[in-house]
Design a protein around this ligand. Sequence first.
Ligand SMILES: C[S@@+](CC[C@H](N)C(=O)[O-])C[C@H]1O[C@@H](n2cnc3c(N)ncnc32)[C@H](O)[C@@H]1O
Length: 485
Amino acid sequence: MTDVLDTAGRTRTKEYITPAPVVEFMIRNSEVRKDARIIDPAAGDGAFVHKLIGEGYRKVWGIEVEQDRADQLRQRLMAYDGFCLLVGDALNPVTLGSWAMGSFDVAIGNPPFSYQKAKISQDEILVNYELGRPKQSIEILFLERFVQMVRPCGLVRIILPMNIFANTALQYVRDFILENLWVEAVIGLPRHTFGGTAAKTAILFGQKRGRDWDTRSDFLNQKRVKLASIRDIKTLSELKTLSIQSAEGGMLVSMADIKNRMDPDYHFAGIELKGAVTESEVEFKPLGELAEIRTGFVKYGEKRKLIHDTLPKTKRLQSKYIRLIKAKNLSIHGFRFGQDDFFIRTDEEIFRSWACLEVGEVLVVRVGAGCVGRAVCVIDEKYRGQADDWMLIVRAKAINPSFLAFYLNSTIGKAFVQKEAQGTGTVSISKGKLQKVLVPVLDESVQREFELEVKSMYDKQFQGKTDKAKAIFNSLDKKLHGLIS
Ligand SMILES: C[S@@+](CC[C@H](N)C(=O)[O-])C[C@H]1O[C@@H](n2cnc3c(N)ncnc32)[C@H](O)[C@@H]1O
């Protein structure tokens, strides 16, 4: 990685130097003519510019905001005619005049990263960026700056924090990447690549889109994006001949495949899941073939007043009420009632009979980064109620519902759910995506064994014996693993 703003605004930044094998790997995979115009917009001590000059490139530019770092760099590279250093803020259009924007063949480097509280908030900077947001991370603005600096078909090579490639909230940054670049590769770097920080980072290799880009949709679907995860940076120097486009190591995917996630490990996990399915002796079927799915119901706005957190005192009035079940009421060990209880009247417009649960149905949480896919089976009348619209209701046809609810929470089931879950801002799984989740179809007798254990787990959870419920869950998780792999 790079470098961190240590307080809000511009204070002196710490320099995380890019190790030589990473610099070499990035330059080696940026083949251009020796007279190509190349810029490192966050040059620091000059790890990239030094190497570029050493490799015989004759038009190398650097920008550095810290005067003393720039002075040292200038001193060391004074002898080279082909090196031009600008001192100033690379994000400010004044530093590199508009005449030079879009004129470089390559923008390469390791920009500074922001911590949570140290983001760019100056309007005069932010207005220059499509990715400008109130308080934007410096590395996101640098990414756009790199793209702005190169000509159409020019190369962008930039080290970025892994969250840009993975976090749901940063989908708009990935949209920007895909709209502006042909992604050649995303290469994950090991933690501690940049001494003093364990942050996960990756190198983005991209080529700025040219004018004919839109007409090449078939091209976008070709598997030409290289994803790899480097475990030890020393291997980068051993891989002298490794071109990022060669198929050895890592995997090749299409631009369409990386629309939502670009982090290599996510795609490797997807392959492992596929492997689990093909190698397992157990047959897997999509949930849509085994069950029917519908969505719960609730009303919002003014109608929220129709949700009560206590029941009336008298039995006669209580009979008019039904429980409203929300995501909070579901845990992987069973229903959670007592603290977060909600009730609605069956004679008010918030009630829908079709959103009420029958014994034997499975509730699945539809929205929420931490809880999407969480599932519980209604094993008893006492758990009945109306599901709110953050929940999907699954009526099992060809699978034991208690087993299904457990499976969706299990390590392997959860991985399948996560693979289908998506969204910007909030992670969610739609009815259609839940239908695609693969479910192992075990022998009925084995499913029945799971059912008995699941019922016992729910009882323990209901009685507040959470530790016992957790122990049952863990042993079932191991058992399932053993049966599938
Ligand atoms: C992570 S270091 C990279 C140094 C060197 N390129 C390397 O890879 O080893 C980032 C450098 O960017 C500089 N920097 C920070 N904010 C900048 C800005 N707005 N404009 C230009 N340089 C900046 C820092 O002073 C630091 O030297």
